[in-house]
Each structure stands twice: as structure tokens, then as C-alpha cells.
Design a binder for this molecule. Sequence first.
Ligand code: UD1
Ligand code: UDP
Length: 358
Amino acid sequence: MKLVVVCGTRPEIIKMAPVIRELEKRNSDYFILHTGQHYSYNLDKVFFEQLEIPQARYNLEVGSGSHAEQTARILTGVEQVLLQEKPDVLLVEGDTNSVLGGALAAVKLHIRVGHVEAGLRSYDRTMPEEINRILTDHCSDYLFAPTDKAKSVLLAEGIPGESVFVTGNTIVDAVLQNLSRTEQKSNILDALNLRPKDYFLVTLHRQENVDSRHRFASILQGLDRLADEYKLPIVYPIHPRSQKRIMEYQLNPQNLSLIDPVDYLGFLQLENNAKLILTDSGGVQEESCILRVPCVTLRDNTERPETVVVGGNSIAGIKPEDIHRCSKIMLDRANNWQNPFGDGKAGERIVDTILGGK
Ligand code: UD1
Ligand code: UDP
């Protein structure tokens, strides 16, 4: 049984790492195919180094571009590699253009597709990620749903139950495998002059937020208001897409501390010690819930409703008064919720399922 693990962006590298680790442990016949969607050192290589992932056998170097350009380059590049390597199963994780391109190339060549993190839905088809998720789920042979809720979504869409496996989310594996390493290997709090539970952490990069001047400015106004009221530092490791837009729109957030994107151990430490996290990231909503740090989501919806149901997340949208209100609610709430994303053995289950031929 030969496997190919496709990854292209920061969250895919982080969430595939536990699967790769498991394949390594079992000496499996597999290789990594990097699409090159992310290529800046601090969005890409730093994670391979820090998470000790073997080098990709191929890097397609597709780079940035419009959705069609980028997806087309991924599709043709992945197809070439598949024709040459003839793997039995292709694994993708999440909802990026790399995921859709990889899955589509494989299914047309009758190569089985495994989708890690299947069954998530925001029910907002203006999000590129929602289209990628739906299409990838519907051309996959193995659907690795992180939760029972995700499984029920897939069944309701007519996907046969025997293709769906509830595994937990590999982000729990990643957090558990790396949390204890953060203390020894990162001194980011000292470096940024922050005290534990005495700052807010922000990430913001979704296309629908930062590619709209109105939405981006409204969120920044909300964050400014929080800084004013709580008199705490607000740290924002800024994604290059958002950095580009801040310059283009000439936004000038006064009260935020903008820093370059952070490596994984540093970022985990920043999350774990934050008083409150405000984000539009999928992975960060999950991690804050796992770490029991209150989260406010700067979006109109979430494909991670489990975080809200357990009490770890509040969906604020983008209006300053709503960001303020939801932050207050989350800061007042006891953070004793249960992690809904599994026990940290998702990687093991995924590899068991595929290698067991189930
Ligand atoms: C992509 C995913 C998004 C995911 C995010 C993770 C899609 C449709 N979007 O968004 O779901 O949450 O990755 O971070 O697949 N850039 C760099 N260096 C890089 C990569 C990008 O500077 O290494 C800049 C470029 O200006 C580029 C922009 O960021 O145009 C956006 O990159 P892109 O890969 O298109 O989308 P992301 O916003 O990263
Ligand atoms: N992350 C990181 N450094 C940062 C910001 C985020 O290591 O400066 C990690 C974070 O811990 C999470 C993942 O990146 O595991 C989330 O990726 P991102 O927000 O880019 O994408 P999304 O999850 O929204 O698709």
C-alpha cells in the first residue's frame, strides 16, 4: 500500500504532522507532496523543521494567484506526480485550494482519496473554503470526521456511512505532542515582554474579512476599543495577506502590536497564556477550545459549532459593539468546558483505517 500525503499551507502542515509521524513510526511506504501554496519561511519551512517532518519528495511551487490559477496549477502538478508514483491512496487535510486540487486530481485517476477533517460546514458558500470542503468530501473514499456532528452532516448529504470514520481532530494530537515542548523551546513571552494571562491574542486572515476594507476596518476598530477598555497588550501575528491589505487600505491600528507570523511552539505558548483569543482562523478556534482559553470568533459563522456548544467560543461577527459584548461574555465565563475534538489519537486511527484496508 503506497500513500501520498498532500500539504500546501500552514494549517495542513501542522494538522498532517501527527499522521506523518504515525506513518514514519510504522515504516510505511509513503511520500509527501507539497503544493507550494505557502512558501514564505514562516508559513512553511519553519513547521517542517520544528515538527520534525521529513522533507517533501516533491514541491510543485504553485505559489500565489487567483483561485482558478492556483487550483489549476495544483491540479496539473499533482496529476503528473500521481501518474509517475502511482500511489494507492492520497491524503488531504482541511479546506484549502491544495486540498481540492489534490483530491480532484486523484479521483479522476481512480486513486482513493482520504479527507482528514471531513464534514465541516459553515453553510456560507461565499467562502472559498466551503466550496473546497463540500467538493472534497463528495469525491473522497475515506472521510475522517473529527466529531459525531461532522459525521451526521456527511450522512445527511447522502455519503455512505461505511466511508465515514470518526477519528477526532489531529489538531488535538498536535497540541498534546507539542505543548510540553513549548516551555523548553520557546521564550516568546519574555521576548515580547508579555505576562501570562495579561494580554489578548489576535489572528485575522480570512479572505472575506481582510479583503474587504469595510470589514477589516470594523474589526480593527473593535480591537482598538478592547485595548482602550482593558488596558492590556493585544498581540497580532499578522498573515502576509492581511499585512498586504493593511498597507493597501492604509489602516493604522494604533493599539495593536503587529508581529510577524510565529513558529508553532511560540504560537502555542502565546495561545496557552493569553487571557482571551480573538480570531477568524479555524485551527485557532480549535486550539483555544482544547487549551481552555476563551475565544471570540471574528466571523458571522463557524464550521466548528462544537466550540460554541461546549462554551469555549462566541461568534461575534465584525461590529465593534458585538466584539466588545462577546469578549466580555467570554471573559466572565468559567473556562471549564470539555474538549470536543477527541483524545489525541486521530493520527493513529487514520493510519489504522487506511493500512487496515477498511
Ligand atoms: C489559505 C487558504 C485558507 C487558509 C490559509 C491558512 C485557500 C483558498 N485559502 O489562505 O483557507 O486558512 O491558507 O493560512 O486555500 N502569501 C505570502 N507567502 C506565502 C503565502 C501567501 O506572502 O507563503 C501572501 C500572498 O500575497 C498571497 C496571499 O498571501 O497572495 C494569500 O495566499 P493564499 O495561499 O492565496 O491564501 P491564504 O490567505 O494564505
Ligand atoms: N499558527 C502559527 N503561527 C501563527 C499563527 C497561527 O503556528 O503565527 C498556527 C496555529 O497554531 C494553528 C494554525 O496555524 O494551528 C492555523 O492556521 P491558519 O490560521 O493560518 O489557518 P486556518 O486554520 O484558518 O485554516
